[in-house]
Design a protein around this ligand. Sequence first.
Ligand SMILES: *[C@@H]1O[C@H](CO)[C@@H](O)[C@H](O)[C@H]1NC(C)=O
Ligand SMILES: *[C@@H]1O[C@H](CO)[C@@H](O)[C@H](O)[C@H]1NC(C)=O
Ligand SMILES: *[C@@H]1O[C@H](CO)[C@@H](O)[C@H](O)[C@H]1NC(C)=O
Ligand SMILES: *[C@@H]1O[C@H](CO)[C@@H](O)[C@H](O)[C@H]1NC(C)=O
Ligand SMILES: *[C@@H]1O[C@H](CO)[C@@H](O)[C@H](O)[C@H]1NC(C)=O
Ligand SMILES: *[C@@H]1O[C@H](CO)[C@@H](O)[C@H](O)[C@H]1NC(C)=O
Ligand SMILES: *[C@@H]1O[C@H](CO)[C@@H](O)[C@H](O)[C@H]1NC(C)=O
Ligand SMILES: CC(=O)N[C@H]1CO[C@H](CO)[C@@H](O)[C@@H]1O
Length: 496
Amino acid sequence: MRTKKAGVKEMRAVLLVLLLSLSASALRPTRKLVGLRAPPLPAGTEVAKPQWFQQKLDHFSESDTRTWQQRFFSNRTFWEPESGPVFLMLGGEGPANPAWLATDTDIMRNAARFGALVFLLEHRYYGESHPTPDASLSNLAYLSSRQALRDVVSFKQHIVDEFSLTDKNVWISFGGSYSGALSGWLRMYYPDTVAGAVATSGPVQATVDFYLYLEVVARSLATPPNGAECVEAIKNATYELDAMLWDKTMWGEVEKMFHVSPPLQSEDDVVLLAETLAGNFMDVVQYNRDNTAFEGRPNNITITDLCDVMANTSLGSPLARYTAVNQLMTGGEPVDANFTAQVEFMRHTSWDSPAVSGGARQWVYQTCTEFGYYQTTDSAYQPFGDLVTLASQLQTCSAVYGLTPDQVYTAVAATNKHYGGRDGIPSNATNIVFPNGSIDPWHALGVLESPAASLNAVFINGTAHCANMYPPSPIDLPDLVLARKIITANIQIWLV
Ligand SMILES: *[C@@H]1O[C@H](CO)[C@@H](O)[C@H](O)[C@H]1NC(C)=O
Ligand SMILES: *[C@@H]1O[C@H](CO)[C@@H](O)[C@H](O)[C@H]1NC(C)=O
Ligand SMILES: *[C@@H]1O[C@H](CO)[C@@H](O)[C@H](O)[C@H]1NC(C)=O
Ligand SMILES: *[C@@H]1O[C@H](CO)[C@@H](O)[C@H](O)[C@H]1NC(C)=O
Ligand SMILES: *[C@@H]1O[C@H](CO)[C@@H](O)[C@H](O)[C@H]1NC(C)=O
Ligand SMILES: *[C@@H]1O[C@H](CO)[C@@H](O)[C@H](O)[C@H]1NC(C)=O
Ligand SMILES: *[C@@H]1O[C@H](CO)[C@@H](O)[C@H](O)[C@H]1NC(C)=O
Ligand SMILES: CC(=O)N[C@H]1CO[C@H](CO)[C@@H](O)[C@@H]1O
C-alpha cells in the first residue's frame, strides 16, 4: 500500500476515508484510507495459495440462485484436528493478504498456542472475490456488510463439511478496523457461527460527520513534550493557508509552496488540497509506530517527527513548517488536487481499474450506503482549518454514485438501527473483546467501555490503529503487550 510509483491521482480517491487494505494495492500510500495494513514479511517467505468456494450472490433472496467464487487462504501448520479451534480472520475493504497467515501476527501466535486451524476469508467485492461481472452501480447492490456476514456463515458451513469438523472445533473470528466491526457483529448476530470474537479498532458506530476523527488526531499530536506548540503551529499555519485559498489570486503562491500540480481550478480542488495536507498528519497519527514499516515509502515517520518540524521556529513561519511536513511526507513529489480527475477515477467499474482493484470504489460506496465516516474539519477542537466540510465530502457520493446527502443519512441511520451502534449492543451478546488504541482516531467510533461482563473493551494506552494485531516488536508499549495477553486470556476462556 505504500508504493510510490502509482500516481497521486489514486491517492486522492478516498482521501478522507478509511480504507482497510490487507495488501499492497494500486492505491498510492493513502493515509488514513488504509484501515489495516499487512504485516512485514521477511523476503522469500512463502504465503498460502488462494482457495475458492461457491458463494451465494444474494443471501436475502430465495429465488435468486446466482453464485460466485469467493477467495480464502488457510494455514493448518498448528492445527490439532481432534479438538483444535478454528480461527477465522475476516477480510475487510481491500484485497485479503495471505501475509497475515505467514508470520507471527497475533492470530498466528494464538493459533500456535491453541492448536488452531486458521483461515482468512476475503470480503466480497474486494481483491479477487468478484461476485458480479464488474463493479458498476447496479452490480454493487450486493455489496454490504450484511451480505458479507452471511457469506461468513455459509463459509463456515462449507469448511465444516470439507474438514468434517465437529462441535469440538470451536470457531473464533478476528478482524481489525472495518473487519473488526464485522467480527463483533458476527458474534452478536450469528452467535452459532463463532463462539467468540476479537474486534480490533472496530468503528461500530456508523457516523456521517466523523469530525471526532480530527479531534483525536489533535489530542494525539499534543502528546509529545512540544505537542502544545505543535498543535498551535498547525492551527496558525492552516489559518494562513485557508486565507490564501479563499483568495484566488493567491492560488499560484500556494501551488509553489506545496508543489501542487496540475494547477488548482476550482473550489473542489481547494478542498481536496486542504484535505490532502491535513492527511499528512492523519496518516502518521493513525499508523504511529505500528510494526509495518516495510512497503517502500518510509511509514516510520512518527508523531514526534512531525511535531519536531512544526515546533521548530528556525524553519520559519508556521506555514513554512507546514510545507516542510509536506515535503517530508511526499519526498517532494507533486500534490495532485484535481477533484474532477478523482471523480473520473472513481467512476471506473472494471475489476482491473486501479480504483476497483485497490478497493477504493467499493469502500467509498460502502461509506455512502452504510457507514459515512467522513473525516471533516467541522469541529472547533482541531487545528486543520475549516475547508473540509461535510457538504464537500458528501459530494463524492453524489458525483460518483448519484446518491444524495439525504440518502446517505438515511442509510447510515439504518445501519445503526440494524446493528445497534456503539450504545445498542444487544444485551445478550457475549464473548467479544474490543481492543482500542488511545491515539487511534478511529477509537472515537469504537466500543470504549465494556457493556457487559463477558464483553471486554481493552484500552491500549499509546497505540494507533489495530496495533495489537501485528507481530510483536521490541518497542511495543507495556499496554500493548498487556492487551495481547488479555486477548489470549479471553480466547482461552471461550475455548473452555
Ligand atoms: C503457516 O504458519 C507457519 C507458522 O507461522 C509458517 O511457518 C508457514 O510459513 C505458514 N504457511 C503459509 C503457507 O503461510
Ligand atoms: C499563533 O498565532 C498567535 C496569534 O497570532 C500567536 O500569538 C502565537 O504565538 C502563534 N503561535 C505559534 C506557535 O506560531
Ligand atoms: C525509516 O525508513 C527509512 C527507509 O525505509 C530508513 O532509511 C530510515 O532509517 C528509517 N528511520 C528510522 C528512524 O527508523
Ligand atoms: C530545526 O531545524 C533546523 C534546520 O533544519 C535544524 O538544524 C535543527 O536541528 C532543528 N531543531 C530541532 C530541535 O529539531
Ligand atoms: C483535471 O482532470 C480532468 C479530468 O481528467 C481534466 O480534464 C482536466 O484537464 C484536469 N485539470 C487540469 C488543470 O489539468
Ligand atoms: C440475542 O438475541 C437475538 C435476538 O433475540 C438473537 O438473534 C441472537 O442470536 C442472540 N444472541 C446470543 C448471543 O444469544
Ligand atoms: C498513558 O500513558 C502516559 C505515559 O506513558 C500517562 O501519562 C497517562 O496517564 C496514561 N493514560 C492512561 C489513561 O492510562
Ligand atoms: C481511548 C479510549 O477511549 N479508550 C478506551 C478503551 O477502552 C477502555 C476500557 O473500557 C476505556 O477505559 C478507554 O477509555
